[in-house]
Design a protein around this ligand. Sequence first.
Ligand code: FES
Ligand code: FES
Length: 173
Amino acid sequence: MIVTLTVNGELRSASVPPETTLLVMLREHLHLTGAKTGCDVGDCGACTVIVDGLAVNACLMLAAQADGRTVTTIEGLATREGLHPLQKVFEETGALQCGFCGPGVIMTSKALLDHTPEPTPQEIRTALTGNLCRCTGYVKMIEGVQEAAAMMRSPQSPALAGQSPALAAPEQK
Ligand code: FES
Ligand code: FES
């Protein structure tokens, strides 16, 4: 079957078997390998992408279920002007160690910040319960999400200088 998605702002199509997951379509058919294959059964969150504004485990969603929908992957966050504030903060603060969980954590955090621009540490912790990290205690990650949120709320922030208007004033849902 032909599945067509809007991925990171571009219309992309692939011919896939009906049982193909969104994760396999992204990684193997569209060559977007930022979303990771961890458990493949919905336990680890390494495969998290955003579909129509919601963070989802791409290993649990059929590509057919995503047909016609809008998908954002980690590859879609940075702009020509620079990294997304979440990427920038995580890179600068060493919030991650091995990094395997990183794309999923960042996409879950982005979905949270798109809906909740000023989350509490508990709200961030709750949002990240589906993202397993075997290396860290989540403390730096949670601080990093709060720091990125502050940057995104403040268009004057030096970290956002040169970023697109969409980043300086994130779309509200
Ligand atoms: S690979 Fe999808 S939740 Fe683990
Ligand atoms: S940094 Fe290694 S799994 Fe999270």
